[in-house]
Design a binder for this molecule. Structure first.
Ligand SMILES: CC(C)(COP(=O)(O)OP(=O)(O)OC[C@H]1O[C@@H](n2cnc3c(N)ncnc32)[C@H](O)[C@@H]1OP(=O)(O)O)[C@@H](O)C(=O)NCCC(=O)NCCS
Length: 139
């Protein structure tokens, strides 16, 4: 297994990963693909996991500003179903954290859907603490 930087040809893989994540927790909701593509190329950096030359996973990371100062941000941590529970998600997370550490941030934020048990577990295992709940209401 190899973790490598994102190439332009990875856009479709990461977009499909994002769609799968969003649609599993917000069934029936569309992903704004134009918005996501732009963000992928401008604000966020992405790492790709490859096994024998095939793309099997990804993670995006970036630095965000807020009133509490600069912080790292994680997004779209994803491993293809048949490659899960083999440590690939863990490696992606560690690589992204190291990049953020090297960039000098002291805190990393990551939004997780409340029902996403695998994601809650991998975050907790890596020392992330639950800090806020995002409420949402259809109007
Ligand atoms: C979350 C995800 C990326 C984990 O990737 P993975 O390669 O399977 O994870 P790893 O094998 O590296 O396991 C790391 C940790 O994740 C958690 N985990 C992984 N698979 C799990 C499972 N089936 N059940 C419970 N926890 C699990 C555990 O804490 C595990 O550590 P452990 O093996 O010491 O218990 C993967 O399940 C996935 O792609 N899910 C769908 C996309 C998604 O929901 N992404 C998160 C968006 S915030």
């Amino acid at each position: 297994m190899e973790i490598r930087p994102f190439r332009k040809s990875d856009v479709e893989f990461v977009l499909e990963a994002k769609k799968e994540i969003v649609q599993s927790y917000f069934p029936g909701e569309e992903v704004d693909t134009a918005f996501f593509r732009k963000r992928l190329q401008n604000h966020m950096k992405t790492l790709i996991a490859e096994v024998n030359g095939s793309t099997v996973g990804c993670i995006s990371y970036g630095i965000v500003n807020s009133v509490r100062g600069k912080a790292g941000k994680l997004e779209t941590l994803f491993v293809k179903r048949e490659f899960r529970s083999k440590g690939i998600g863990q490696k992606l997370l560690e690589h992204a954290e190291n990049r953020l550490k090297q960039a000098g941030v002291k805190k990393i934020k990551s939004a997780v859907q409340i029902l996403n048990e695998n994601s809650l577990k991998i975050h907790e295992k890596n020392g992330y603490k639950k800090k806020s709940i995002m409420f949402e209401k259809d109007i």
